[in-house]
Design a protein around this ligand. Structure first.
Ligand code: ADP
Ligand code: GN1
Ligand code: MG
Length: 360
């Protein structure tokens, strides 16, 4: 912890850092809740530099996006200190601090807020839909060309498929033989994997500035009102597909089960949750979406769930080098919940289409 406090001390904080504890349930960065002797709290994050290879450009994106959001929040009478991320500079005026190969950043801590690791109620999921739909709307006129692509091909499910086949071929940990069923499931979806990427390439779906990681625990909720306060985790704000932002939320939240639940009997796609999210999302940003985008929302949900399951499986085959794991077979357990949800969604496709029509 000494080292963490030394790093924290490089930033322009109010007071001297006195404690730091691990915080949140993210799979990528190392997040700490930092406290100072001036009774101030901050979020200190070790940026995962094997995932985000250019920390400087990443931070530049975040400054551009948050500055843009702050103006919009102010003009609608909101509080930019609570409704979006605020980067704290280093004492040398840099957006991040480099310590050897490691890169660190600090945000002011948004207090009085909570995040949820699983969906607990229809109201909560509806609120998160409003938050992500509103975020999409706020960014509608953000100049996309100013953004650096922080992870190239992030939701290019076709190239994710190739990464998966490469991991099977390499079989770095000798795990492929034990996951034949999951491998077969991915292969059976090879054509499906291309659907949205092909539509985008044919000009049938527009690129917009999207969040790209819209899971429930990337929304902060006000702990007293229960209302959504801020969308966080802005590392992957890049040009992308709106249907994928919709879909990634459904993947994580349209079930009451955790992403890593081992009892698949508990992992069910809940059409009522899908409906709550659709209502909230389209209520916020439906007007700006094209007919194709609206029609493809159910496919976005299936695609993001399939893609994420495939990414977990790929990482399991590669020896767990990308997502943080906390137990043996963690990535495999995560992969299995996603594939169970894909199967459920496939069986509910007609119902999903009907729900979308109802709110268009
Ligand atoms: P990761 O990329 O690893 O998912 P996040 O940026 O999402 O990291 O941060 C992890 C968690 O920390 C979030 O889910 C949220 O609960 C919390 N968090 C992040 N930023 C803040 C902030 N500025 N104020 C309060 N909590 C935050
Ligand atoms: C990661 O960073 P976090 O935990 O919010 C991942 C997402 C996955 C998600 C699966 C940069 O999100 O793409 O959908 O895990 N983020 C990155 O839970 O790869
Ligand atoms: Mg996160």
């Amino acid at each position: 912890m000494e080292r963490i406090l030394e790093i924290a001390d490089r930033f322009d904080l109010e007071g001297r850092p006195v404690s730091a504890e691990s915080y949140g349930g993210g799979h990528i960065n190392d997040t700490f809740l930092l406290k100072t002797d001036a009774d101030r709290c901050y979020i200190l994050q070790g940026i995962n530099v094997s995932v985000f290879k250019n920390a400087e450009a990443l931070m530049e994106n975040i400054i551009l996006v948050t500055d843009f959001l702050k103006k919009k929040i102010l003009s609608s009478g909101g509080d930019p200190l609570r409704e979006t991320l605020n980067v704290v500079m280093t004492r040398d005026g840099e957006t991040y601090y480099k310590d050897g190969n490691d890169c660190w950043r600090v945000y002011t801590f948004i207090d009085g807020a909570v995040t949820y690791q699983t969906c607990e109620s229809q109201e909560q999921f509806h609120a998160s839909a409003c938050a992500f739909g509103h975020f999409q709307k706020l960014l509608a006129d953000f100049p996309a060309e100013t953004l650096f692509e922080s992870i190239p091909d992030f939701h290019n499910t076709k190239s994710r498929y190739l990464d998966f086949e490469a991991a099977v071929a390499e079989d770095a940990r000798g795990r492929a033989a034990s996951v034949q069923e999951e491998i077969a499931f991915v292969r059976a979806h090879k054509e499906f994997a291309a659907t949205l990427v092909d539509m985008q390439e044919r000009g049938e779906l527009p690129l917009r500035v999207t969040h790209n990681d819209t899971k429930l625990n990337n929304v902060l909720f006000d702990e007293t009102t229960g209302l959504p306060l801020a969308v966080v985790d802005l590392d992957t704000v890049m040009p992308g597909l709106s249907v994928n932002d919709f879909g990634d939320s459904i993947r994580f939240g349209a079930t009451y089960a955790a992403e890593d639940e081992t009892d698949l009997g508990k992992v069910n796609f809940e059409i009522e949750l899908f409906e709550c999210y659709t209502k909230g999302f389209l209520g916020e940003c439906g007007e700006m979406l094209s007919e194709n985008e609206k029609k493809m929302l159910p496919v976005g949900a299936m695609m993001m769930t399939f893609e994420c399951g495939m990414r977990f499986l790929t990482d399991y085959l590669n020896g767990d080098t990308y997502f943080k794991i906390h137990r043996e077979n963690h990535n495999l357990d995560r992969c299995r919940t996603q594939f169970k949800l894909v199967r459920d969604m496939e069986a509910s496709r007609e119902l999903m289409d009907q729900v979308v029509k109802k709110y268009c």
